[in-house]
Design a protein around this ligand. Structure first.
Ligand SMILES: NC(=O)c1ccc[n+]([C@@H]2O[C@H](COP(=O)([O-])OP(=O)(O)OC[C@H]3O[C@@H](n4cnc5c(N)ncnc54)[C@H](OP(=O)(O)O)[C@@H]3O)[C@@H](O)[C@H]2O)c1
Length: 354
């Protein structure tokens, strides 16, 4: 079977580097080119890579970064994975879709567009049909987004609980890793020994994206789920892994055991289809008093290709009629590049790539 040739945009950033990691030896996709700004033109991937928890092949380390060029990409690649800044992603991704490209993006620019899905294969694979209503679809092009990194990790536990017990209100407080701010990101003197209780537009994104993801889709557009989300977001001096505290009011009164079972038994279409980057168990429940922690749990997920693709839940408790828990997920894998690759795998497995 010949592989689908893919271009990676923003290949030098934390998300772009994770794309390269996820695409090494991939059964469906092969890298046509790594693209970034002209500042990086001609550099070897091995000269810019900063990920410390995985090894790349010599072949990958030797790939030369190219200046992003839409005509070249649309001529040479069949599919685009995008990890460029939002302000650039808006027009660039529209132009690529206009040229007939399938665009799977991490950027936030198109997430709330009328017929653009925020896709998570375990939750809303049916939202994929929304691409047929995009203006560029007749031409073969479309845009598929994945959620903001702090929405993705909690979306799976919230979905597993909503379908069993009904969500009424969700209060979330985040402890977000530095890699979520890109590279070089937050200056070291602001980050070390500190917590920053503000991440621009993050709370607004969480409050709107989660209800779109867990809501419905028809040709008239998306219908958000009707529970309320209240978010407080902070940046903490952790390299990778967003820890999030959830306080949930359900429509029903499940026991803690019911809640724990609903989470650990949850499986979605990504698992049914055995997508290459899908974790066998998308939600892992820990029973220790002091887990999850980024240093132990951020790479949760198996098999090997799905490391960092599972959400880890722990400290499930009841208090005054509310349920409390912590959730940890990898912001640049499940919450970033891994989410896009899994979406493209879903499209391939369902015969939706054109
Ligand atoms: N980090 C996360 O946890 C996370 C999670 C979910 C979504 N996202 C979203 O994913 C996107 C990428 O995030 P990131 O953290 O990897 O960002 P980043 O560190 O800012 O990386 C940006 C990438 O875009 C390239 N770029 C910048 N200006 C360009 C231009 N004019 N032309 C072509 N390429 C250009 C950079 O290339 P140079 O190195 O050459 O400048 C770099 O490769 C953002 O939209 C972000 O909001 C991030």
């Amino acid at each position: 079977m010949s592989k689908i040739s893919v271009a990676v945009l923003g290949a030098t950033g934390p998300i772009g580097q994770r794309f390269v990691q996820m695409l090494e030896g991939h059964p469906y996709f092969e890298v046509e080119g790594l693209y970034a700004s002209e500042r990086s033109d001609g550099k070897r991937f091995g000269d810019i890579v900063k990920i410390r928890d995985c090894e790349f092949s010599d072949e990958t380390m030797g790939i030369r970064i190219k200046t992003m060029d839409i005509d070249r990409i649309s001529k040479n690649a069949e599919l685009v994975f995008s990890g460029i800044p939002s302000e650039l992603a808006g027009p660039t991704e529209s132009e690529l879709a206009g040229k007939g490209m399938a665009v799977f993006t991490n950027a936030g620019s198109h997430r709330m567009d009328r017929h653009v899905p925020i896709l998570i294969p375990e939750i809303n694979p049916d939202h994929a049909s929304s691409i047929e209503q995009q203006d560029t679809y007749g031409n073969g092009g479309y845009i598929v987004t994945n959620a903001n990194c702090s929405s993705t990790g909690i979306a799976m536990p919230l979905f597993a609980l909503d379908r069993k017990f009904g969500l009424d209100e969700v209060f979330v407080s985040t402890y977000q890793a530095l890699s979520g701010a890109g590279y070089p990101g937050v200056p070291s003197l602001d980050a070390v020994g500190n917590v920053i209780p503000f991440i621009d537009k993050e709370e607004e994104k969480m409050e709107s994206e989660l209800t779109k993801i867990l809501g419905g889709y028809s040709k008239d557009g998306f219908k958000p789920a009707d529970f309320k989300v209240m978010a407080n977001c902070a940046r903490v001096p952790v390299v990778d892994g967003h820890l999030e505290s959830l306080v949930i009011k359900f429509e029903s009164s499940p026991s803690l055991e019911d809640i724990s079972c609903a989470l650990s038994e949850f499986r979605g279409e990504a698992q049914t289809l055995k997508l290459p980057s899908a974790p066998d168990a998308p939600i892992i429940v820990r029973t220790e008093k002091n887990r999850p922690q980024p240093i132990y749990d951020v790479l949760a997920g198996s098999p090997e290709r799905a490391k960092g693709m599972a959400s880890t839940v722990g400290r499930i408790r009841e208090s005054n009629g509310f349920c409390k828990m912590f959730v940890l997920s990898h912001n640049t894998l499940r919450g970033g590049a891994g989410g896009s690759v899994l979406n493209a795998e879903l499209f391939k497995a369902k015969g939706l790539l054109r």
